[in-house]
Design a protein around this ligand. Structure first.
Ligand SMILES: Nc1ncnc2c1ncn2[C@@H]1O[C@H](COP(=O)(O)OP(=O)(O)OP(=O)(O)O)[C@@H](O)[C@H]1O
Length: 272
């Protein structure tokens, strides 16, 4: 029976020309709402795998099933043109069939949310790497895709934009988009991944052992969008009392957010 997954890679290999085999028998299943992190050293084949997932490169052998609508953000967004960030995004929106007014509104929305330095009228070629990356992300988010493919998305972004990106991944995931991202750092504590893999010798290996979590019970305070907060795995409750399941590495930062919002911390326990 054919898979009902969004996208499935079966025994995918990749060799550039007659050279070194970059990917060897990669199996990967992507489901709606999953966030998949791909780790690996420099040159391990992360970008190669992402280009295959995005349909921009063909495997040398193996099979791919599924045809999700896909948005892709390369690790370095090529922003050499004279046109402004707004004009570029409007153009990209129209190419995708959006009406001009809608394309413009969405472009503004994302550029404001990521806080593009210089504002939407800034010419692309004047943007720093991090700000060009923001335009790349805005382009990918003009319409919500089934699959969002992000190559080293946090690198080069300023701290505030990193937080926004983590929030946005939580939001699109909640709407059913599958997200795949790469990161070369082994300990990406801020990772919003629901599953993590590592590329080793061209093979994709599941990273075992999810990080331990703590259960935090809070009372009162101003409302906080816990769903979008990095490190929060689960949240239940109402305005009066909230129970959070939190990655241990994020526990102190989450407690700080709660205290700043005026909540009382009733208990903190090891969950698993
Ligand atoms: N178009 C290409 N032609 C030939 N070799 C390539 C091509 N693209 C990548 N490679 C080689 O394939 C290997 C994997 O590259 P890839 O960019 O996928 O790795 P990566 O894990 O994303 O690395 P980095 O973190 O440094 O970006 C490297 O040895 C690279 O030189």
């Amino acid at each position: 029976m054919e898979s009902t997954s969004l996208l499935r890679l079966h025994g995918v290999t990749k060799r550039y020309g007659s050279g070194f085999q970059v990917l060897r028998g990669v199996d990967l299943v992507l489901e709606p709402g999953q966030v998949t992190g791909i780790l690996g050293a420099n040159g391990s084949g992360k970008s190669t795998l992402l280009r295959i997932l995005a349909g921009l490169s063909r495997p040398s052998s193996g099979r791919i099933t599924g045809h999700p609508t896909t948005s892709y953000v390369p690790d370095r967004f090529p922003a050499r043109q004279r046109m402004s960030a707004r004009a570029y995004l409007c153009h990209m929106g129209r190419v995708r069939g959006l009406r001009t007014a809608d394309a413009r509104a969405r472009a503004e929305h994302w550029l404001v949310r990521f806080d593009l330095a210089g504002g939407p009228a800034t010419p692309l070629r004047e943007l720093s790497k991090g700000n060009a990356q923001k335009v790349g992300l805005a382009q990918a988010l003009l319409e919500r895709p089934d699959l969002l493919v992000l190559d080293e998305p946090w690198s080069g972004l300023d701290l505030a934009a990193r937080e926004v990106l983590t929030e946005v991944i939580g939001e699109v995931r909640a709407e059913g988009t599958a997200v795949v991202f790469t990161d070369h750092r082994s300990a990406f504590a801020r990772s919003p991944a629901t599953s993590t893999h590592r590329l080793v010798g061209g093979r994709l290996v599941a990273v075992a052992g999810a990080e331990p979590t703590a259960r935090v019970l809070l009372s009162g305070g101003r409302p906080v969008d816990w769903k979008a907060r990095a490190g929060v795995v689960e949240h239940h409750g109402d305005d009066q009392e909230v129970t959070l399941t939190v990655r241990v590495s994020e526990r102190e930062a989450v407690l700080m957010t709660a205290i700043r919002a005026g909540s009382s911390v009733l208990s903190v326990e090891q969950a698993r």
